[in-house]
Design a protein around this ligand. Structure first.
Ligand SMILES: [Zn+2]
Length: 414
């Protein structure tokens, strides 16, 4: 089942480049082949933390184009850095996404620019495709949903790059602010940053009058690793990155088509990574695709170890998400959240038709997952603070001289 190819020449070169960094020096075989590669140690997120900031640097520092950090949940940051050639590699593979950006596109970049790569990946890729960019950044005080919706309504924005949940939140905000989504020019979303269930993806598309939602999969450390084709499958960029599918416990090759993805970018210059563990559980599909891509496609199932045992069963967020949103059309479901309590699942939802939603959602969860569940409807403000719908806050600058009757303001001007 696991028929990922072994690109001998490119891997040998990638491993040789990696050996120039302090972190890998002396730890890698020279002129690697399939059997010696199998003995190369895996690289973990902890290894990257230990290498902070420049332990993985394999070129003179002057060749770095951009420096990034990923937002780890633990204290120490994970650095990543890219040369201009690295960015060209990432932008060109990212641009294979089925959204097919062209000079006719105006792209709303609505992911963070601060340190992580996500916004820079789309920003650079869109410019490379000849498209224009609206650099809107992540949700912030300066960018409440009212402002996002104004941009979508007043500008001919054709593509939006965001997390899937953002697309849902904007639809919710439009509903609250009585803005007609059918009238905005947007043709598609490109989304990343969260595992997305088919039912939630479908819900987003329906709320946006059938607009396409294309997925991308990647990370700040690696850039894009896979993107969705016109046929709806998320293909690995396996001519640019060497992929292995491993059992997350034993790290042996996975027996079936599920496991942890381990990646070795083939052309990385500034920060080569060898056998980097993504720590995501994925499922690969090797069946041929009508789009013509020969690469397998990937479905991201979630973080390793993020499931909770309820009754006899490990419950992961994604399968629950799929079960719950499968009832969304009948009851106008917007949001859910759940937790384990007394060995049952307790779920709060917000829906247009609360009573119907409680009935449908509990039925779907019981049918699909076979676990005891209690459902409670709550108001929308439990999920989305009202302040996010308010009119735009003007951009503030630091001020030092005030008028006669004005109150002093602090320098907290963000
Ligand atoms: Zn395809």
């Amino acid at each position: 089942v696991n028929t990922l190819s072994f690109p001998q020449k490119e891997l040998a070169e990638a491993v040789a480049r990696a050996g120039r960094s302090d972190a890998y020096r002396g730890r890698l075989p020279s002129n690697v082949d399939e059997s010696s590669f199998e003995r190369v140690p895996f690289t973990t997120k902890d290894d990257l933390r230990a290498a902070y900031p420049f332990g993985l640097l394999a070129v003179p520092q002057s060749e770095i184009a951009t420096y990034h950090e990923s937002s780890g949940t633990t204290g120490k940051p994970i650095s990543s850095y890219f040369s201009n050639a690295d960015w060209e590699d990432i932008h060109t593979r990212f641009n294979r996404n089925g959204v097919a950006l062209s000079p006719n596109d105006l792209v709303l970049v609505k992911t963070p620019y601060a340190l992580v790569t996500t916004a820079h990946q789309m920003h650079g890729a869109a410019l490379r495709a000849g498209a224009s960019v609206v650099p809107a950044d992540n949700r912030s005080h300066n960018m409440p949903y009212a402002r996002v919706l104004r941009l979508l309504r007043d500008l001919p924005i054709t593509v939006a790059w965001c997390m899937p949940t953002e697309a849902l939140l904007w639809a919710y905000a439009a509903n609250r602010l009585k803005i007609d989504l059918a009238a905005v020019k947007l043709r598609a979303f490109v989304v990343a940053g969260e595992a997305l269930s088919p039912a939630k993806k479908n819900r987003i598309s329906r709320l946006w009058s059938g607009r396409r939602v294309f997925e991308d999969y990647g990370s700040t450390e690696t850039g894009s690793l896979a993107g969705e084709c016109v046929r709806g499958r998320v293909h690995l960029w396996s001519d640019r990155v060497h992929f292995e599918l491993r059992d997350p416990e034993t790290l042996e090759p996975a027996r079936g088509n599920r496991g942890e993805l381990v990646v070795t970018p083939l052309f990385r210059q500034a920060m080569p990574l060898v056998r980097y563990r993504m720590e995501d559980e994925v499922e690969l599909d090797h069946a041929p695709c009508d789009c013509g891509s020969a690469s397998p496609s990937v479905r991201v199932l979630g973080r390793n170890g993020s499931a909770h045992r309820i009754g006899e069963r490990e419950v992961n967020s994604l399968e629950l998400d799929d079960a719950i949103y499968s009832a969304a059309e009948e009851c106008g479901l917007w949001f859910w959240r759940g937790r384990k309590r007394n060995d049952a699942l307790e779920v709060e939802i917000h829906a247009e038709h609360p009573r119907l939603a409680e009935r449908f959602v509990s039925q779907r969860v019981r049918d699909r997952l076979g676990i005891p569940v209690s459902i409670r409807s709550v108001g929308g403000e439990a999920f989305v603070p009202e302040s996010l719908f308010r009119a735009e806050a003007p951009m503030q600058k630091p001020r030092f001289l005030f008028g006669e009757n004005e109150e002093f303001k602090s320098l907290d001007y963000a």
